[in-house]
Write a protein that binds this ligand. Structure first.
Ligand SMILES: [Fe+2]
Length: 174
């Protein structure tokens, strides 16, 4: 649910920006959390301890993962996407979607996924343990050529688009 919400939001961000391909943003959005999915499968027993650490110290979930495990979902996702020979836009979005400014050469796809992930998280599409601590990086809007008021319009479009996609899913399985 969260990955699909992010994919649709990233696609809408790309359409409103007009500076990148919307299909590329959709695919990168769909796969952006592969690192988190892999860690959920392989590290199930440590999740409870990480949540406790986050609550006790007021650290973000990612800070706890870096401290306890020595790596975070972005690093895992980036390495997995590389190993699976996925496109560079997917690798970069998996690795940098929480901190697009960390990429040495900024990427508009990563920016679209960052904003899409932010919208999906704050609008409650599959809110995870770290969903409420999500900080939108202001440079992202500048690079995409968007203004803060565009975020509200994209959020409205997101609700409508998700309803349409749910209807088309019912047609697919009918
Ligand atoms: Fe996400």
């Amino acid at each position: 649910m969260h990955s699909h919400g992010t994919a649709v939001a990233a696609m809408l961000v790309a359409q409103r920006s007009g500076r990148l391909r919307d299909d590329e943003a959709f695919t990168a959005g769909l796969l952006h959390d592969i690192g988190k999915l892999a860690m959920n499968v392989w590290l199930e027993r440590k999740t409870e301890a990480l949540i406790q650490l986050s609550t006790l110290n007021g650290w973000s979930f990612v800070e706890c993962e870096r401290t306890v495990l020595g790596y975070d979902p972005g690093q895992v996702g980036g390495r997995l996407a590389e190993r699976w020979n996925l496109p560079l836009s997917v690798i970069d979005s998996a690795r940098y979607h929480h901190e697009p400014d960390e990429r040495p050469d900024p990427s508009l796809v990563v920016d679209a996924v960052h904003l899409g992930d932010y919208l999906a998280s704050v609008l409650g599409f599959g809110l995870g343990a770290d969903g409420l601590q999500y900080a939108l990086q202001p440079n992202t809007l500048v690079r995409l050529g968007l203004h803060p008021q565009d975020i509200d319009r994209i959020a409205d479009d997101l609700e409508r688009e998700r309803r349409l996609q749910a209807e088309s899913f019912e047609e697919i399985v009918a």
